[in-house]
Unconditional design. Structure first.
Length: 258
């Protein structure tokens, strides 16, 4: 217990918490965009489910560190390339993210108008559907971040505390990020573009992790998107709106009375 109260332990906790938040940015963006397809009264419930399942999944993974370490051992080989359980998760998660984000862009630009289930629409998202997507992609991001966390902290207890703190931080900022992105179509398109790049990185990492790590591809992706967001924020600040922004196709939530 005394080892957990040392300066090194506190530094590890702070570093790991910050890393979890940074690695969770793409997760928060995905959650923010998908949750906007829900009626407003269901979003808080969906966010709570996301937070508690996210904490539960990460804690379970941390308690199974021994198995996670073995998860990098090849299960089978394709063209002489060993594929482990971790690789399969990264590949599947990357493909899912690419497909989901591409469909989301299509719905926003060319898809049919959507209505809520109360209004009798067929295309509206349901709570279970959205939560299922969130949990699925959160498991992928959890697996990736936990593997990274193993190298930053020596004690599982520190990792668990850091994960819980990071999830509460992401939960607190998710509504603000969601509302801000929802109000600005350009930022929403940039966010979706960012998720496409993240999906590509996950596929590359699943097939050849050394390429991602040796060339620090994630750092380049985060820098590129941070720079793009910064440019757009400056553009929004400097240019006065002379016309309303383009309206992306969104689910129209009605109370069913009309």
């Amino acid at each position: 217990m005394q080892d957990l109260l040392t300066l090194d332990a506190l530094i590890s906790l702070l570093t790991l918490t910050l890393m979890e938040v940074v690695l969770g940015i793409d997760n928060v963006i995905f959650v923010s965009i998908v949750m906007n397809r829900l009626p407003e009264q269901q979003r808080l419930k969906a966010r709570r489910i996301w937070m508690f399942t996210g904490i539960a999944v990460r804690v379970i993974l941390l308690l199974c560190i021994g198995y996670i370490v073995k998860a990098v051992n090849p299960l089978f080989y394709i063209f002489g390339k060993g594929i482990s359980l971790r690789d399969l998760i990264m590949l599947a998660g990357g493909l899912f993210l690419l497909v989901k984000t591409t469909l989301e862009i299509h719905h926003k630009l060319e898809g049919e108008e959507e209505t809520s289930p109360k209004a009798g629409g067929k295309g509206a998202a349901t709570l279970m559907n959205v939560v299922g997507q969130i949990i699925l992609i959160d498991m992928v991001f959890s697996f990736d971040s936990i593997i990274t966390a193993v190298g930053l902290a020596k004690h599982v207890e520190i990792m668990i505390v850091a994960v819980i703190i990071a999830m509460f931080i992401m939960f607190s900022f998710a509504p603000r990020i969601s509302n801000f992105i929802h109000k600005h179509p350009t930022l929403k398109m940039l966010a979706l573009s960012f998720l496409i790049m993240v999906g590509g990185i996950l596929i590359i990492e699943g097939w050849n992790p050394t390429v991602v790590h040796d060339f620090h591809l994630k750092n380049y992706v985060y820098f590129a998107m941070a720079f793009s967001f910064s440019v757009e924020l400056l553009n929004m600040r400097m240019r006065k709106k002379t016309a309303p922004p383009v309206e992306l196709r969104e689910p129209k939530i009605t109370d069913g009375k009309g």
